[in-house]
Structure formats: structure tokens, C-alpha cells
Design a binder for this molecule. Structure first.
Ligand code: ZN
Length: 424
């Protein structure tokens, strides 16, 4: 409670407010300055430490935060949940951050800072979901005066975050955990065993409508309707937990879809699409898996178009720092073989039942399939540029058959994975 009051009263000299733009409907963020209490402002006159600049880069899976200081700061950190956040405690400091640099990006949804007590300042980084701190270091600047604090955070799962909170409680006795950090939700997450989870990702949404047929059918509506029907069918298997990345007409960045898959330790990620294509006679379902090199021109064009969906919604992000990790490469290889296995099974299950394109298993560099530890496929259920396909996509009987065949492939894949895990 103590911490909550502190948060509410003092940690808000600058904070972001999200509003809807009345002209274009796009969510915009701006800052409002809130004054510190007079007593604290007085103490604020002679700060010991100056936090000069704040910088963030990255995407929903990995973000880097760099804070410049005039001298070496003594830094202490801990995690809290609801929302997931990293608390960085500092000696009393003055903050000279540029407001624009605090604008939410990547994994970070909000940045707050301020004086919390005599001689104590705090920086709070709210995240979009569970994360772990991969690196936190304070280093002396090589070519200029002062020090910099570098924090790399990586999106993780609910269970990993719960474990980090539990470990933190054991190793640190001074944390305000009993009321603010700990909660029944965390204990539940920690104690629960993982259930095989399928995440269905209806492509596009909100401001990003995706493709549009000549008669005006929007891809984002087709994928959502199909995704819901597929969820209902998959839920008939009680061993499988089914989640949707979006349940309504909202816009989700590609990175956010991948982050959600990791948050829930997804065992299988199925992204659904119904694009248009230049050659109107091309039709039939296509199953895509990830590859640096595209299998053919159609696959290449599809991936380029899909990867552009953040930009078409007016959203750009800086590149996250690239990490080369041998363990990650091994994980990726294993994940990829599972993706290929499911794609093969899916094509077999659809064959003879649902209209397929020639060479129905294709591959290209789709951003949404890049979770290193989540087997993922992208299914073009049909092409809105083809009149016959459009008719089928709108036909309830056809959709029922299609979701049944996809569901059949998922059941088989679940059995396979279960058997693999059961072996010593
Ligand atoms: Zn699409």
C-alpha cells in the first residue's frame, strides 16, 4: 500500500496520456507535466545526481534503454507486476529527459520518474507484458564525461516472470512485496502446469484492413470470423488451450502478436490471412513457414506485403539490438522442424477436402512467424482476389469443413508433441 501511495503521489512529474485523435481515430500519446509536492520540490533543488538523457530502441520482443548520468549512479532494481514493471531506484536525482524520448515504444508502455523520498529517486519502466532483464550495467562513457546505464529487456512468459518475482522475494528481504508485488495471480501462475496452447492469429485488424476484394470484403473481417470458428472447433479437444491474438476489430503490431505467443508459452501459432494477389486466377489455401529465402515469387510478394502492415498503419520502430546466441540458434532449429512438421500434416489434412494452391506448402520471411521458440505457420485460407475463393470464404459450410480439417491436423500434432515429451 505504501508503495502504491508513493506511486500515485510522487512518481508522476511527467506522464503519458493516451487519447484518440478526433480527426483520424489514431491513438496518440502526449505528455503532461505534473508538479511535485512543494516539500519534495524544495528537496529537489540540490540534487546529487543528474539523469541527463533517456533513450529507448527495439520492438515488442526486445528493447534497450540507455540513461546518461553526469556521474556514476548507485542503482538498485526490482520487478513488480500489474502492470509488469521494472523499478530502478537511484539516489536523489534531477531528470533532464526530453519528453519525446519517453514516448512508449517496443516493450515499454510507459515511463515514469521522480523523487519518492528524501534522497531517493525512482525510474519506473512499465512493460507491455512479462519480461526478463537480460542485461543491466552502468559503464563509464568512453568518449565523453559521465556514465551510462544500459538495460536490455526481453519479452518472456507469465510463468518465467512469476518465477523471477518469487526468486526476488527469497533473495531480497527489503522489497515491498507482501502487498504490492505479490498477488494470488502470481502464485497461481507459478504453481500451474503448462497446458498445450494453440494461439490463433487473425491477420490485420483495426486501422489495418488487410486486403479488400472488388466487392468490398475486408480481409480483417474474414480472418477474425474464421479465427473464432477455428477456436470453437479446437476447444472440443479438452487437452488443448486455445487463445486468439485479437478477439475484435483491433490493430495489433506484428511484434505484439509474436510477443503474445511467447507470453503464453504457445506450442503452436497459426496466423490466418486471405490476401489478394495480382494473378486473379490463383486460388486455394496455402500454408507458409518461415524462411530467409522465399520459395517462389508469390511467397516473396506475400511476405513483403504482410511485413508492411505495421508501416501501412503508420507505425515504425527502430531495429532492436541483434543478439547472436548459440542456444537460441539451436532452439530456432528445433522450433523450425516442428513448424515444418505441422505444415506438412496440415497440407495432408486439407488435401482432397479443401481447395489447395499448387505446391501448397511454401515459405518466405514473414515477420509474424519469427518467434524463436514458438512453432508457427501462416495460412492463406483463400485469396480475396479470386471470386470463387471469396465465395467459399463467405460460405458457412465450406468454413466448417476447413476449420474441421485444420483442427484435425492440430489434434494430430498435439498427439505427436505429447509423445515426444513423454519420452525420456
Ligand atoms: Zn494478410
Amino acid at each position: 500500500m505504501f508503495l502504491r501511495i508513493l506511486s500515485a503521489c510522487f512518481i508522476s512529474p511527467v506522464r503519458f496520456v493516451r487519447k484518440q485523435c478526433r480527426l483520424c481515430g489514431v491513438a496518440v500519446a502526449f505528455t503532461v507535466a505534473l508538479p511535485l509536492s512543494p516539500a519534495l520540490a524544495e528537496q529537489h533543488n540540490k540534487p546529487e545526481l543528474a539523469a541527463l538523457t533517456f533513450k529507448m530502441a527495439g520492438d515488442e520482443l526486445r528493447s534497450r534503454i540507455v540513461v546518461m548520468f553526469d556521474r556514476e549512479p548507485n542503482v538498485e532494481t526490482h520487478l513488480l507486476e500489474r502492470p509488469h514493471r521494472l523499478i530502478v531506484d537511484l539516489p536523489e536525482a534531477s531528470f533532464g529527459f526530453d519528453k519525446e524520448s519517453l514516448e512508449p515504444r517496443g516493450l515499454i508502455s510507459e515511463v515514469r520518474y521522480g523523487l519518492i523520498a528524501q534522497k531517493r529517486s525512482r525510474l519506473i519502466l512499465n512493460a507491455k507484458g512479462p519480461f526478463r532483464v537480460e542485461k543491466l550495467e552502468v559503464v563509464k562513457n568512453e568518449s565523453s564525461a559521465g556514465y551510462r546505464m544500459v538495460i536490455d529487456i526481453v519479452a518472456s512468459s507469465d510463468r518465467e516472470f512469476a518465477q523471477l518475482l518469487a526468486d526476488q522475494k527469497v533473495t531480497t528481504s527489503s522489497l515491498p512485496s507482501e502487498k504490492d508485488g505479490e498477488s494470488p495471480a502470481i502464485s497461481d501462475t507459478l504453481g500451474s502446469s503448462h497446458q498445450f496452447t494453440v494461439m490463433i492469429d487473425p491477420g490485420h485488424g483495426g486501422i489495418d484492413s488487410g486486403a479488400e476484394s472488388t466487392s468490398g470484403t475486408l480481409e480483417k473481417n474474414v480472418t477474425l470470423a474464421f479465427g473464432r470458428e477455428l477456436r470453437d472447433e479446437l476447444m472440443k479437444n479438452k487437452n488443448i488451450n486455445v487463445l486468439l491474438t485479437r478477439e475484435d476489430d483491433t490493430f495489433l503490431r506484428l511484434g505484439e502478436r509474436v510477443r503474445l505467443a511467447r507470453q503464453h508459452e504457445t506450442d503452436l501459432f497459426i496466423s490466418l490471412h486471405a490476401d489478394t494477389i495480382r494473378h486473379k486466377d490463383i486460388r486455394g489455401a496455402t500454408v507458409y513457414t518461415l524462411s530467409d529465402k522465399a520459395s517462389d515469387d508469390v511467397a516473396k510478394a506475400m511476405a513483403e506485403r504482410e511485413n508492411n502492415s505495421d508501416a501501412s498503419a503508420g507505425i515504425y520502430s527502430e531495429e532492436a539490438p541483434v543478439v547472436h546466441d548459440i542456444l537460441m540458434e539451436l532452439t530456432q532449429r528445433e522450433t523450425h522442424s516442428f513448424s515444418l512438421n505441422f505444415a506438412d500434416g496440415l497440407v495432408k489434412s486439407l488435401q482432397g477436402e479443401v481447395n489447395l494452391i499448387n505446391n501448397p506448402h511454401r515459405f518466405a520471411g514473414f515477420q509474424v512467424l519469427r518467434a524463436p521458440d514458438v512453432p508457427s505457420v501462416l495460412v492463406e485460407i483463400g485469396y480475396l482476389s479470386n471470386k470463387d475463393d471469396e465465395k467459399l470464404l463467405k460460405d458457412a459450410t465450406w468454413r466448417k469443413r476447413a476449420v474441421e480439417r485444420i483442427s484435425h491436423a492440430v489434434d494430430k500434432y498435439y498427439t505427436l508433441r505429447n509423445n515426444v515429451q513423454a519420452q525420456p
